[in-house]
Design a protein around this ligand. Structure first.
Ligand SMILES: Cc1cc2nc3c(=O)[nH]c(=O)nc-3n(C[C@H](O)[C@H](O)[C@H](O)COP(=O)(O)O)c2cc1C
Length: 316
């Protein structure tokens, strides 16, 4: 029997396949396509304290082997999430990780973490300190947000440490810290998250990128720059997982361009304990279920008892 069970802190997952934040809505949108109870865990779209309308349109476009998005954390806010979404998610009984963020304000992260602490159906909290799409917005009907050149928390080891530490002191939930690839040294950020008490790190969020319409000579995205995701970023993500795995003893959730079993297995071999499917959900809503079956078959075919035995098994 191929063992797919993994642990992230005290959170026991029946299999290591998750849905990445922002690409799976609040799960119920996918309930007609797949049996949600088969999934290891769902990470919700990032929630903020107050509702956010997000960035101006256009906010997405296709690129070779990927897509750009600059959604700007559109979400209904924590109270609406708790009132309208959480009861549905509880009914579906899908293992749930709630992603939270603020515009660099530690107090908001603390308030969000505290608010979620008493809900048993929330298995873990993911600290999104790496969203590249919070930008200054000129329209008065949209929230004015982070200046273009301001650093993200996950671009600074000290800021990462302080934020994770503050969250750790305010929640008993399993904490996962989501990192950005838009840094020189991902290892020092992962180390800061671990030292501050994070139970795991998830990597990667999207890469800063842009695409131009040559006829209009405008960016294809209203916010001009956006986050690149999909198979195009997979080699970057795998390299970063491998670097963190070698240097920091912390469970890693590998994310970036996973679309099938083969691409998922690359992440485990590089050092991920779990993986999350993002843009792959848009291409094939059943991708995660196929990956769970595919990993099982791979383990049986290769006579490997547990998925844990291939984590970090890269031959050098
Ligand atoms: C449309 C879209 C929305 C996203 N929204 C969020 C979000 O709200 N919070 C977050 O942490 N990551 C968000 N992400 C990033 C993904 O969770 C993931 O880290 C990234 O897309 C890389 O994985 P992928 O190549 O499999 O998509 C979003 C990605 C996309 C494509």
């Amino acid at each position: 029997m191929a063992g797919l069970i993994i642990n992230i802190g005290k959170f026991k997952l029946k299999n290591p396949v998750m849905m990445a934040s922002g690409t799976f809505g609040y799960a119920e949108e996918f309930k007609d396509f797949i049996d949600l109870r088969k999934i290891g865990a769902v990470v919700t779209k990032t929630i903020t304290l107050k509702p956010r309308q997000g960035n101006l349109m256009p906010r997405t476009c296709e690129t070779p082997q990927g897509m750009l998005n600059s959604i700007g954390l559109e979400n209904p806010g924590i109270e609406s999430f708790i009132r309208d979404k959480l009861p549905i998610l509880k009914k579906i009984r899908v293992p749930l990780i709630v992603s939270i963020a603020s515009e660099g304000n530690a107090q908001e992260f603390i308030a969000l973490a505290r608010r979620l602490d008493k809900f048993k159906e929330v298995a873990a909290v993911e600290l999104n300190i790496s969203c590249p799409n919070i930008k200054i917005n000129r329209s008065p009907s949209h929230q004015a947000t982070r200046p273009q050149n301001q650093k993200l928390i996950a671009q600074d080891p000290r800021a990462t440490y302080n934020l994770v530490r503050a969250a750790r002191k305010n929640t008993k939930k399993v904490l996962i810290t989501k990192l950005t690839p838009n840094v020189t040294d991902i290892v020092e950020i992962a180390r800061a998250a671990k030292e501050a008490g994070s139970d795991a790190v998830s990597l990667i969020n999207t890469l800063n990128a842009m695409s131009i319409d040559v006829d209009t000579r405008k960016s294809k995205i209203a916010a001009i720059t956006a986050g690149l995701s999909g198979p195009a970023i997979r080699p970057v993500a795998i390299r970063m997982v491998w670097e963190v795995y070698r240097k920091v003893k912390i469970p890693i959730v590998g994310i970036g361009g996973i679309v099938d079993t083969h691409s998922a297995l690359e992440f485990f071999i590089a050092g991920a304990s779990a993986i999350a499917v993002g843009t792959g959900n848009f291409i094939n809503p059943k991708a995660s279920i196929e990956i769970i079956d595919g990993i099982k078959k791979y383990l049986i075919r290769n006579k490997i008892r547990s998925i844990k035995n291939i984590v970090g098994s890269l031959k050098i």
